[in-house]
Design a protein. Structure first.
Length: 505
């Protein structure tokens, strides 16, 4: 097979192999059923690595250009991709009656799914509801510089559809980072797959692990987007309580004995919304339970890089010697939320299945954005940006903690976050977060109410304050307003209790 490779081109070698074979098939030079060299033989003929040829063949098989037959070799598909059946629209509709209108009512989303506003309420002065990074800290000039330089890359780069695993240099960078975090990244043990952010990664993994009507275990409270995704997919959700040491694994142990759980979703490090870190003994217990009941664990490791105090916490995946943990990381909170790039680290034995499912779902994530991110990282800009933002976020975190200590009544408590972008505050039982939010919003303060994080969207005496996007001055003002409104509601409750006692006499 006489494939000519341009080793000076910026187009990857595996992509040149894919393009050449695809063109030969489309032109008929390689007819249906024709045999092609083995991976090892073609790698030897071209003077490239086996991994390069295997990557090309995998995508050609996924694209329907080639077929692999067990024990026989690799052949051009009997009906290779690119053969398009075309017919005029009038011909298609000939002899057809008008179709009745579709009734979409059964397909409407559950009313619990999402709670959105079209525009921000006027008069909001202190916004503490969004656990997101501050756009004013983004290095837009450096991003623009990297993106502009990319315009000089070979034009093929802009038309290339990425391999579903992702841009190889970025994959290799993430493999090194996971290895530095303690994960066994030997080939075949664990593999990295690029994904379009945490939400798409979780959706992909859930499609492989749980069907509609089946059950997964989730921490309660938990990240609202996890709940939204489970509702849309029709997957039942059972909550596991969270305390100051993270998920209650003793409760989980009882649950696993009673229910048929298909997966466990956890945010063990800087849990959203509570900010807790799963204690070491509970991490070990969780993995023992996963092994005992043969239940995979999905680890949302969104904010491990956002550490302000205490020792660095390795991912749960670093403790996984049995291949039970599927780790999901993301650049959304540490870099650009709109970039929508994350990654999955998962056992090698399910990597190919996951890649095929990913290819069927989206064929791969933006090649351009992955290259841009890798360029930003390789120039050292990402590490510099992270150091800068950590310093700012920590100052804001400390300002909020100081203001809470200064203004809050003794009936209110909170968990001091060692990392992340938010703080979990517990109110007196007589006060619920929604009525409190209603009063605070009149004074320009917004925060995330408890119902966003509960399975049945029920309100409770808890709320989340996020410090990522607010200035230190805004955080102090927000804490003061919140404390004043809590004291007011406490006084009202005390008055109503007193009147009730008088009436009973």
């Amino acid at each position: 097979m006489n494939i000519i490779l341009d080793r000076d081109s910026r187009l990857p070698l595996y992509r040149q192999i894919i393009d050449t074979i695809t063109n030969w098939v489309k032109s008929g030079e390689l007819p249906p059923g024709a045999s092609v060299p083995s991976v090892r033989q073609l790698a030897r003929d071209l003077g490239v690595g086996i991994k390069t040829v295997r990557q090309a063949y995998d995508e050609l098989v996924a694209n329907g250009v080639l077929d692999t037959r067990q024990g026989s070799g690799t052949f051009v598909s009997d009906r290779p991709a690119g053969l398009v059946f075309s017919m005029d629209r009038d011909e298609l509709r000939e002899g057809m009656d008008e179709l009745p209108p579709m009734i979409w009512q059964p397909y409407k989303f559950d009313t619990r799914f999402g709670q959105f506003t079209i525009k921000r309420e006027e008069g909001v002065q202190v916004e503490l509801s969004l656990a997101q990074p501050d756009p004013s800290l983004f290095p837009f000039e450096r991003i623009k510089q990297v993106a502009t330089n990319m315009l000089w890359y070979p034009k093929e780069m802009f038309f290339d559809r990425s391999h579903p695993q992702g841009y190889q240099p970025l994959v290799e960078y993430l493999e090194r980072e996971m290895a530095l975090a303690g994960v066994d990244m030997r080939p075949g043990v664990n593999e990295v797959i690029i994904s379009g952010g945490f939400q798409r990664a979780l959706s992909l993994i859930l499609d492989l692990l749980a069907a509609r009507g089946e059950m997964v275990a989730v921490e309660m409270p938990t990240y609202a987007s996890i709940l939204n995704l489970l509702i849309v997919k029709g997957i039942q959700c059972v909550g596991v309580p969270v305390d100051g040491a993270g998920m209650d694994t003793e409760y989980l142990a009882v649950l696993l004995r009673k229910e048929r759980i298909k997966a466990i979703i956890t945010v063990p490090t800087y849990h959203n919304p509570t900010g807790t870190v799963l204690a070491n003994e509970r991490r070990a217990h969780l993995l023992r339970l996963a092994a005992q009941h043969r239940v995979p664990v999905i680890e949302d490791d969104w904010g491990r890089a956002l550490r302000y105090e205490g020792n660095a916490v390795p991912p749960l995946k670093a403790l996984d010697t049995g291949g039970y943990v599927i780790h999901i990381g993301s650049f959304s909170k540490t870099f650009l939320p709109g970039l929508r790039i994350g990654w999955i680290t998962l056992p090698g034995e399910i990597a190919v299945t996951t890649l095929r499912a990913k290819f069927a779902a989206d064929k791969g994530d933006s090649w351009f954005l992955q290259v841009m991110l890798h360029e930003f990282i390789s120039r050292g800009y990402y590490d510099k940006h992270l150091r800068k933002t950590l310093k700012v976020y920590n100052q804001r975190r400390l300002a909020l903690l100081e203001a809470l200590r200064e203004h809050m009544p003794p009936e209110v408590s909170w968990i001091r976050p060692a990392g992340g972008l938010s703080l979990w505050l517990r109110l007196p039982r007589s006060i619920k977060s929604l009525p409190l939010q209603k009063e605070c919003s009149k004074r320009g303060l917004e925060f995330a109410t408890a119902n966003f994080f509960n399975m049945e969207r029920e309100d409770s005496s808890e709320l989340r304050l996020s410090f990522g996007r607010a200035s230190e001055e805004e955080l102090r003002e927000g804490a003061r307003i919140l404390a004043e409104e809590i004291r007011g509601l406490l006084a009202q409750h005390a008055g109503s209790v007193e009147k009730s006692a008088d009436f009973s006499e």
